[in-house]
Design a protein around this ligand. Sequence first.
Ligand code: S3P
Length: 181
Amino acid sequence: MGVHIDRHLANLALVGFMGTGKTSVGRLVAENLHFDFLDTDELIQNSTGRSIADIFSRDGEPAFRALERRVVEEIAAKKNTVISTGGGLPTNPENLAKLKTHALVVCLWASPEKIWERVRNQSHRPLLHDADPQKKIRELLATREPFYRQADVLVNTDLRSPREVAQQIALQFKLANRDKR
Ligand code: S3P
């Protein structure tokens, strides 16, 4: 079992659609590995002093994507860190390539139905402020699937608790590092 990666794996990055559990799973993986935890949306909010929704509504999505690219550059210097990323971040191939220079990139996958179940009672995601959010989820997920598939590891979260997903990922990370020695 385990993925064979020739790169140096200082960090572990979680990518995947909104509502796949990147933040909750990421915190658990960090605990398990005794790593620090950070979240790219949180870094953007801290550095700008603004909410993601405010950046989207006043400056537009391209401005947000530019901030995301900057954060991706900044975190490349981290060590022993679990990095949870915004759902759209890996749709820029340069972001994904940069993450792969220092991290094992794990994608959390979920069906559109599960995603809807998890996000329907939350309101902080501007991309889901849509007349038909379920349709928007299906469409965005289909467009992004080819990007998410570029991750080193893909984990389906539909039928697993965050704790189970986190354990599986921590194990994959340990195996991937061990395989290289
Ligand atoms: C986005 C996902 C969000 C956040 C922003 C855009 C996306 O992060 O970065 O609202 O494009 O899918 P989460 O995946 O943490 O919700």
